[in-house]
Design a protein. Structure first.
Length: 350
């Protein structure tokens, strides 16, 4: 007996076939389309070229004035928010260093904590605090640690100007991308601890010309500083130890960070020190007196994210505080401990 489909049954079948086809097509499995295409999935590169706009491109309007003010604060921090400015309410920095003492060439230099693209990364997770922070909070972390000062109000004119300048530096960097040449190049590890005593000899031989024999830095002379004289202090070469330097909560107080910085950039624009010399100088500098940052032990509450060279306990391992401070770091890295400053072909990886 011949079966006749009613119109309603035909509609149901057609709808069913349609949805099955959609599913098969989405999985590249439809029998009428053929075999799955051999396509290579190309992931868009997350690394983009180091590119920043020319200062001459800053617009001649109110926005441009704020950007230029931010650049001026960045390069002459002591003049605007240093400890000797006329208005006590503006004394946010606790020393007369400026931002480009660490971030060379107004933050535009590659491989030395350059700031091109940094604006595009924030808000971001900060392992030191184990929470997502804003760029303003990151700036204030520098103010309280590297500048040994206090936090600026996040809506202050000085903070707004600094953020505007960093935003302008990242004009050509898409959100979520990383720039080639950002941060610091990684450094190889030694199979011994860094030696502060040897570091002192190297410092006196190759570093004191710029930083003075006691590491206190070389001040600009007031008659050579072209400023409006709110504060005429500032450094030709910053202090690397003593009461006017970064405090012991700064990133530079970590030996791996300081060694990578020294090896790649010191002496200034003529990096001639070996890896071992750089480690020893870093150990010497960071073994000398400097201001204290309160509650260092509360940094990195998630101990698994704590860098191997963090000089303060507690730790999630059995290595001593001394070894965390000066190394050797190879045993720690072999156990999988964290450091973004270790070169991939370091002995620790062999």
């Amino acid at each position: 007996m011949k079966t006749t489909l009613t119109p309603s049954k035909k509609i149901i079948i057609l709808v069913t076939v349609f949805f099955i086809s959609v599913i098969l097509i989405s999985e590249n499995s439809h029998p009428l389309i053929g075999c799955k295409k051999e396509e290579v999935a190309v992931k868009q590169d997350s690394i983009v070229p180091w590119k920043y706009p020319e200062v001459s491109s800053i617009p001649d309007n109110e926005e441009g004035k704020i950007i230029l003010l931010g650049r001026d604060i960045f390069t002459k921090t002591y003049k605007y928010i240093g400890p000797d400015v006329k208005d006590p309410a503006k004394r946010f920095a606790g020393n007369n260093m400026d931002c480009q003492n660490c971030h060379f060439s107004a933050g535009t230099a590659k491989t030395v904590f350059g700031l091109v693209g940094v604006y595009s990364k924030y808000p971001a997770m900060d392992p030191r605090q184990n929470k997502v922070i804003s760029l303003q909070q990151r700036v204030n972390s520098c103010m309280m640690r590297s500048m040994n000062g206090k936090a600026m109000p996040e809506d202050s004119p000085e903070m707004n100007a600094l953020i505007a300048y960093m935003k302008w530096l990242s004009t050509d960097i898409p959100k979520g991308k990383h720039t080639e040449g950002g941060g610091l190049p990684k450094i190889e590890l030694m199979d011994r601890a860094a030696d502060p005593e040897n570091g002192k000899l190297i410092f006196l031989d190759k570093c004191m010309t710029c930083h003075a024999d006691d590491g206190s830095g070389i001040f600009n002379k007031p008659d050579m500083v072209d400023v409006a004289a709110d504060s005429v202090y500032g450094y030709d070469a910053p202090p690397v130890m003593g009461v006017n330097s970064y405090n012991d909560g700064a990133g530079m107080y970590r030996v791996l960070v300081a060694a990578a910085f020294i090896y790649n950039k010191m002496p200034f624009n003529d990096a001639v020190l070996s890896v071992e010399e750089s480690f020893d100088v870093a150990a010497y500098i960071n073994s000398q007196p400097r201001p204290a940052f309160p509650n260092n032990g509360s940094d990195y509450p998630d101990l698994k994210l704590k860098p191997v060279d963090s000089p303060y306990p507690p730790y999630d391992d059995s290595f001593s505080e001394e070894q965390h401070k000066f190394g050797p770091y190879i045993p720690m890295v072999k156990l999988g401990e964290n450091s973004k400053f270790v070169q991939p072909d370091s002995p620790a990886k062999k």
